[in-house]
Ligand binder design. Structure first.
Ligand code: ZN
Length: 178
């Protein structure tokens, strides 16, 4: 498939599946995978259409109930397996899920690590835009967890790792004030 076609087919599929879902900051959910794809291309310099397509699709199994086989049929095994690697077990409570993700992070494939790095940057940025005081504690906890995760994702993209570290510094500043 033409590389643009793969990427836009993934964007369209993700937009259809995330339709009606909103992120914590009130924005349409699809803005998040688009930001993740943009960060990979712009900051990470990633030129693989499969990685960009997988980043657009990275939440459709977890958040939309799409199956791995459905993705494999539409986009091939490489993209489907990458999305599966990035899918948390929704049957677990949040704390448990985070612990699981931390334990599994070091064993992710390099491409999955790239997407995970951009995912965390986007999630932190999103939480930063929610400015009420009630969100400060969850933001702090999310930042603590991401700090734990960061070394396990190291070695795949110095620029994305640096941006994630910078974003964590911004979060620390914000959770300190007030
Ligand atoms: Zn995500």
């Amino acid at each position: 498939m033409n590389p643009f076609a793969v990427v836009f087919a993934a964007a369209q599929f993700a937009a259809e599946k995330h339709a009606g879902q909103t992120a914590k900051n009130g924005q349409p959910y699809i803005n998040h995978p688009i930001e993740v794809a943009f960060l990979l291309a712009d900051v990470g310099g990633i030129e693989s259409p499969e990685v960009i397509a997988a980043s657009l699709l990275h939440d459709v199994i977890e958040k939309c109930g799409v199956t791995r086989d459905e993705l494999a049929n539409l986009f091939g095994d490489t993209i489907a397996n990458l999305v599966l690697e990035l899918t948390d077990d929704k049957g677990l409570p949040e704390d448990e899920r985070r612990r699981h993700q931390t334990a599994a992070a070091a064993n992710l494939s390099p491409n999955a690590k790239l997407i995970r790095l951009a995912d965390k940057i986007s999630n932190l940025r999103q939480l930063l835009t929610v400015s009420d005081s009630a969100s400060r504690e969850p933001l702090k906890r999310y930042a603590d967890w991401t700090s734990e995760l960061l070394p396990k994702l190291a070695g795949v993209s110095p620029s994305l790792e640096a941006l994630l570290s910078e974003t964590l510094v911004a979060v620390r500043e914000k959770t300190k004030i007030g």
